[in-house]
Ligand binder design. Structure first.
Ligand SMILES: Cc1cc2nc3c(=O)[nH]c(=O)nc-3n(C[C@H](O)[C@H](O)[C@H](O)COP(=O)(O)O)c2cc1C
Length: 326
């Protein structure tokens, strides 16, 4: 499937299917299986700032012995991080597809030095997943956006590998935010992140965790913004994420303007075979439509190229009902 080659973050991928950061990419054995199954690249399971804080929290029992607690905090943190760095180095030694490191961080400064260690271990690129839960009514959106950009700037200044930022859909002006992310030195954006969401169980009358996996229907939230971002920033690298489950989903996001797409839930649901099925469909679709490379049709239906851009602008239902005479 030679014609599936694509460029993402300056990396040459044998195909545009990237396996998302998750438990699927948490060990060398899993990464090797993903490569053998046909993945174009992998994003390693994230290092979570939050996770490390929690992992060492139980050591507060040593509060009476501050030196011991300090030592153990340091040791556990270092051990965890060493394992992560080791995984990158092993992955680079054993895989031929690009290996992208991933950091989930919530505060300015917390992970900046670690980004450089990821680079030194050989990662081909770095995906930054920055998310602040805006739970404080006194904190304005503009302040949170400033923090996001500050994290991106600090990391991009520290590393020379390309940086992509995995963003959420929750910005008032997504294109303005992407503009800021680019100005802070990131080469790409992953559109979009998916979060744990609460649900309510009406039988037990308790808050519960909603399904963590997406469906193809979730893709619709991304298509508009991928199409608009790819038109506004033609040299921006976009990886679609959330809701790519089938070959048709893959074709849609590439037409909208992504040059690659990340897949997670579909592999959890259907196993590794889905990688080949998505790539096979994409290849067949390209043959049917006489495309010989991804770049020939990438962005062909973005906001600038599409005959009726209004289709992307329509957000309210008034026109829909007016057109139907209802
Ligand atoms: C079990 C599980 C673990 C995940 N872990 C991470 C993670 O460590 N870092 C991250 O950035 N995203 C993580 N994600 C989010 C996925 O990378 C992806 O963005 C999300 O599942 C949406 O893609 P999908 O629709 O293909 O599933 C995780 C998702 C799942 C289901």
């Amino acid at each position: 499937m030679k014609q599936l080659k694509t460029e993402y973050l300056g990396l040459s991928l044998r195909n545009p299917l990237i396996v998302s950061s998750s438990g699927l990419t948490a060990s060398l054995e899993k990464l090797q299986r993903l490569e053998a199954a046909g993945a174009g690249a992998v994003v390693l399971k994230s290092v979570f700032e939050e996770q490390i804080v929690n992992e060492t929290a139980h050591l507060e029992v040593y509060n009476a012995y501050p030196e011991a607690a300090d030592y153990l905090h340091f040791y556990l943190k270092e051990d965890y991080l060493e394992q992560y760095i080791g995984l990158i180095a092993e992955a680079k030694k054993n895989l031929s597809i690009p290996v992208i490191g991933s950091i989930c961080c919530v505060s300015e400064g917390g992970w900046i030095d670690f980004a450089r260690r990821i680079e030194e271990a050989g990662a081909d690129a770095l995906e930054l997943n920055v998310f602040f839960l805006p739970a404080d009514p006194m904190v304005a959106g503009a302040e949170i956006e400033r923090q996001y950009l500050s994290v991106v700037r600090d990391v991009a200044e520290k590393v020379s590998v390309p940086v992509a930022v995995k963003i959420s859909t929750h910005f008032t002006s997504p294109l303005n935010m992407i503009q800021g992310i680019r100005q802070c030195g990131a080469e790409g954006v992953v559109m979009f992140n998916r979060f744990y969401e609460p649900d309510i169980n009406t039988d037990s009358v308790q808050v519960m965790e909603a399904d963590i996996f997406s469906t193809s229907a979730d893709l619709r939230g991304s298509i508009r913004w991928i199409a608009m971002a790819s038109a506004a920033f033609p040299d921006l690298d976009i990886a679609a994420s959330t809701g790519v489950h089938t070959g048709a989903d893959a074709v849609k996001v590439l037409l909208a303007g992504a040059s690659a797409f990340e897949v997670c839930s579909a592999i959890y649901h259907n196993g590794l075979g889905v990688i080949d099925r998505i790539n096979g469909y994409l290849s067949g679709w390209m043959t049917e439509h006489r495309f010989t490379s991804i770049s020939e049709f990438c962005g062909r239906l973005n906001y600038r190229s599409v005959a009726h851009p209004l289709a992307y602008e329509r957000a309210q239902f008034m026109k829909y009902f007016a057109a139907r005479g209802e």
